[in-house]
Design a binder for this molecule. Sequence first.
Ligand code: NDP
Ligand SMILES: O=C(O)C1=N[C@H](C(=O)O)C[C@H](O)C1
Length: 269
Amino acid sequence: MTRIAIMGAAGRMGRNLIEAIQQHDSATLGAGIVSMGSSLVGADLGEVAGIGKLGIYASDSLDKVVSDFDVLIDFTKPDVTEQTVAFCAAHGKKLVVGTTGLNDAQKQQITDAGARTAIVFAPNMSVGINVCLKLLQLAAQTLGEGYDIEIIEAHHRHKIDSPSGTALLLGEVVADALQRDLKSCAVYGREGQIGARPAEQIGFATVRGGDVVGDHTVLFATEGERIEITHKASSRMTFAKGAVRAAVWLDDKTTGNFDMQDVLGLRQA
Ligand SMILES: NC(=O)C1=CN([C@@H]2O[C@H](COP(=O)(O)OP(=O)(O)OC[C@H]3O[C@@H](n4cnc5c(N)ncnc54)[C@H](OP(=O)(O)O)[C@@H]3O)[C@@H](O)[C@H]2O)C=CC1
Ligand SMILES: O=C(O)C1=N[C@H](C(=O)O)C[C@H](O)C1
């Protein structure tokens, strides 16, 4: 059994993670950490997730639960994830990071921590998006340079980062396949007299509203045709199940940096 702790246990993803752990035959909930000062400190985590009592209670500190878990799953926000990564590297705890909006230094911290523990870091833990990444490589390599590429994402009104981590990853995969540098060819939104579209540009458009769980489309447009590769998540359980699968997959790893392509066996596919 893989004993899992959840950082951000009362969040939208945290609650789904509690349920996903309960549904997994090889995983058990070891601990859940909520914000210091939260009214949920001490609450039964099963009740927090709406699935009935589990007898595991929300803590406000990783130090207090350090001996209760083998793998930590973190879906919080970048400054919190920074502390989580430092803690896991120091204590040899395996880690699954789903938080998006990390800056370059925070991503480097995760890479460095991979020398001390085993980490799965991915902006989207769904099987569907990870299959889309393979389809995109094929599409970009086959279509080549003659197609304009635009990435459109939509999320709920509470999302704090833009573009989504998934949209950025989709952009990186397409840019790599076309041997472009995303940092120099990406454009994030357009307004005013912008002129004709440069051929090598990869455009990003962000929509925020209501309760959209997560929609992503990569559009390849040329004269005479358009191709769209779209993924629509309708439940956060798809991400939560992927994260728990990643945590269990880490069980026999000691160190290293991995992503969902590794977990799903898609790396060489
Ligand atoms: N990789 C993937 O597949 C997916 C990634 N995500 C990403 O996951 C992240 C979280 O998303 P979501 O669940 O919607 O966000 P929420 O805001 O619902 O959840 C974040 C939780 O973290 C808690 N938190 C904040 N500070 C601390 C702390 N110091 N210690 C413990 N808990 C803390 C917050 O508590 P409080 O409100 O009390 O501060 C909140 O409950 C985002 O970056 C999102 O983009 C989301 C879905 C899928
Ligand atoms: O914040 C969210 O909700 C989501 N965030 C991830 C991202 O930024 O790509 C993944 C998913 O789309 C949901």
